[in-house]
Design a protein around this ligand. Structure first.
Ligand code: ZN
Length: 273
């Protein structure tokens, strides 16, 4: 007699649970806060007239914020500013239907379904509920424009994607004009501010912007030297370890992709023969 052992494989996996998004409001300085939505940040400025928000992120983030504005003694978002128009920062603006929407003149006509009420040029100053809010365009590079928001008197600058304190830039610079990106960094360094509030990661100081610029300069120099010596991108990924930045966010995840993107830029722009 043969015994047949039938093995029942029971799927013991738990029912699919949507990963919970971590959201919070974190003080930056004075009346300035960051809303965190997992890995994306919005800037919040609490004024006497309501909240000025930069970057809606997505609809759920906006709904959460509307329900939690009491944490900073506020009731509504009165102004919504777009730093740029990439979907991961600029979706869901409709969560604030009564807000005045402000974007740079080079932003698309509608930004993920929202039509701006006000378009600003390369420098623009708003005075809202006792706060001074300066908007400065860094020009094309990461996107075709990039509005930095500087809040006075706190001297906080909200700079998105072009740099972040102690954090590598995103992957292989998808869709970016890297020559323009260097100009954006230069333009950001020329701004007058003390505290660097980023679109991703932790708050830092202006010196973190200098460090982020140094990273890009060192990355470019190392990749250029390697390509000129006839090395392949795979060899460069193994050799260019950028040790000074080992502790930075996304060093493990994005160092190699940064090298790939920089090599592509140097080759496509004819800087390597
Ligand atoms: Zn972006």
């Amino acid at each position: 007699m043969r015994l047949l052992f039938s093995v029942l494989i029971v799927a013991l996996t738990a029912p699919a649970v949507a990963q919970e998004v971590k959201r919070s409001i974190e003080p930056v300085a004075g009346d300035v806060y960051l809303m965190r939505n997992d890995f994306h940040n919005s800037l919040l400025v609490a004024t006497e007239d309501g909240v000025v928000r930069v970057d809606p992120i997505n609809a759920e983030a906006g709904e959460w914020l509307n329900a939690n504005l009491g944490e900073i003694g506020q009731e509504k978002v009165t102004h919504l500013i777009y730093s740029h128009s990439h979907g991961d920062h600029a979706s869901g603006g409709a969560a604030h239907p009564d807000a005045e929407v402000i974007a740079h003149e080079d932003a698309p006509e509608t930004i993920h379904g929202v039509t701006p009420d006000t378009r600003v040029g390369d420098t623009h100053t708003l005075t809202i509920g006792g706060k001074t809010i300066e908007l400065v365009n860094l020009g094309a590079g990461h996107d075709n424009h990039m509005l930095v928001t500087i809040v006075r008197p706190e001297n906080v600058a909200f700079i998105v994607d072009v740099a972040a304190p102690k954090r590598l830039p995103f992957r292989d610079f998808p869709g970016a004009d890297i020559a323009g990106w260097f100009k954006q960094l230069e333009a950001a360094q020329a701004l007058d501010f003390e505290i660097f509030a980023p679109g991703h990661g932790a708050v830092g100081n202006k010196s973190d912007l200098d460090d982020a610029t140094d990273y890009m300069v060192e990355l470019q120099a190392a990749v250029l030297e390697g390509l000129e010596a006839g090395k392949s991108v795979d060899e460069l990924k193994a050799e260019i370890t950028l040790d000074a930045y080992k502790d930075w966010g996304q060093y493990e995840g994005w160092r190699e992709e940064n090298i790939t993107g920089m090599a592509r830029y140097l080759e496509e722009s004819g800087q390597v023969g």
